[in-house]
Design a protein. Sequence first.
Length: 187
Amino acid sequence: MITAIREVRRAKGLTLEEVAERCAPPTTAQTIGRLETGTRTVSVGWLNRIAAALEVDAADLVRLPDRPEIPVAAMLDSGGAQAPRHAASVVPPRGEPGMVAVTVSGGIGDYRSGDAIWCASLAPEAFATALNRDVLVPRPAGRFLFGRLIGREEGKLHLLPLGAGGRQQVVADPPWIACAVRLVRAL
């Protein structure tokens, strides 16, 4: 199995020692190095431990033949664009179970025509995690409301619509909401 442990670790700016300490239970930097280079076989258990230490999905650490990787040509910061110090690549985003999308057909607020907004579905007990984020809320008769969640009280959600001049909307007891987690925009 070919892994991307080293690439992910470097992209996160972590040393072998830091990853080893983050593992549960902790291990040695030498062990992490051997797993990265393939001199030690990576089991599913090790893959899960290292993924948790790097705060990624285990699937992000495995290179699959049909999963394209895009080489990083430059890194951009306030000083401009520079070549990366080490070879790196990124993997295109992939959806997760329970996600829904909103496509933008006309510019409004921070969104432009052609944008795709990926949203993670949330159950009522998790609504508070979406405060001050853009959310999609189902309404009766197959309608939806999309706006910034600004408050929650007594089973009611308070949303500000996108764009200037909109009035606050109150929605009572929706069965679920979907919080915007990724914006996909063509340049």
